[in-house]
Design a protein around this ligand. Sequence first.
Ligand SMILES: Nc1ncnc2c1ncn2[C@@H]1O[C@H](COP(=O)(O)OP(=O)(O)OP(=O)(O)O)[C@@H](O)[C@H]1O
Length: 464
Amino acid sequence: MSGVPNPPSGKGRPRGSGGFGWRAFFHHSATPVFVLGKGKRLRYANPAWERLAGVTLKEALGMVCSQRRHSTPLAAALAPTPEALAGRHDRARRPAPPGRNGPPWWDVTFAPLAPGAEPPGDAADAKRGKETFGIVGFVTVVGEPVPAAAKKVPAAVSALRDRRAAHFGFDLLAGETPAAGRLVSQARLAASVAAPVWIVGEPGSGKETTARVIHHASANRDRAFVGIDCAGLQPYLVESLLFGHGGLAGADRVGTLYLKEPAALPRDLQQRLADHFTDTPAARLICGSERTAGDGVMSGGALVPMFQTALSAFEVRVPPLRERLGDLPRLAARLLGRPLDPAALAVLREHSWPVNLRELAGTLHEAARSAESGPVLREHLPHELRVKVGIARTHPPKSLNLDEILAAVEKKLIQLALKKANNHQTETAELLGVFRAKLWRRLDALGIPIPPQPPKPRKPEGGD
Ligand SMILES: Nc1ncnc2c1ncn2[C@@H]1O[C@H](COP(=O)(O)OP(=O)(O)OP(=O)(O)O)[C@@H](O)[C@H]1O
């Protein structure tokens, strides 16, 4: 059941698909997929489902999928659970209908259609304003015989694989914010199908991490995850890695191939990749980019159109960190392995994080080093972040006069330095990188009261 069938081309494309939308995407999928509309009636099923069920969509269309006494075994196997009928994701293990292909159980995952999506065949109802209903079902055959070769994995390798799989679980992406919730739902859906995925997100936001999570939850998880940075390698190297002798594109041992920024490759190599991955590839392709595939094709034609039409039907958006600041306590605790002081968290909340999780991971790593084994406090964070909070608190400025704003910033910095140096003027001047005389002049000009010098430590009496 691995591999993606040929993309729908004109005649073979499901009726009413209107371009490469959901139905065209399911049509590609090597996972058997079906869609139930109102009254639990079968509205759509893809070719993989037809092969598994042993009936054509035409024959089964309109079948009521319920577990009533008179239901056929096929209808009973596809019947949505009460959870699914209530609009929630659910999974059920059902006996495979007798006489169908493959062994004994089907795991059926039910996912409600996204709000606004209209189930196939219910468009007319939707237009008339009637309430629409739709559930997508994904079938996994359970109990398929494992090839003997696949069983011979050395214990150390399988232990490492298990550790990585445990690390790259959906929990890694999860959080309290709606943005994190959306990411987890999209990643779950991507893991349940075999179609290519396009992951879009800002630098360092976690695209490759998301691709790894999808891989470890997918049917290909027992094979390798391989990532290639197309912008960081010479194109001839990428070509030889993928299509050279024993190349990764055709290797059975590769389960997921992750390409970072495929638009950076020459167009002929992109086309070769697109042709390969819309045929019957051994591995599943996941691309990561700062732009959507549509943007890549439209603006300047950096990307060949097949990436938009056939290789990005399923798009996962990784939110920037600034859209999920509510997840900072959880992310920080995970990255540090210990909780973060609330005052330090307050500083992190004020930053805009242009390099997202990569920047957060680096910042916390440095802070943990300064804190050694103790708790990570505000003062362990980089000076620029802490100063920024001080400046941010003075916003919005009363005036837009540059001199006044610069004077306010200078005053804030001098006050911070004085505090840090415990009002010791020589140390304050050193911290600011100026001579003591200049510090005095600036204190005077900015109207900062010259603080009294702290008393000098007394020499212990009776010493030698
Ligand atoms: N959910 C997460 N929780 C904690 N750390 C994460 C998470 N996602 C990513 N990271 C960390 O953030 C850093 C960047 O992640 P990743 O490489 O996946 O981002 P990317 O978007 O693929 O980056 P690039 O822009 O270079 O393509 C890595 O150090 C990774 O371990």
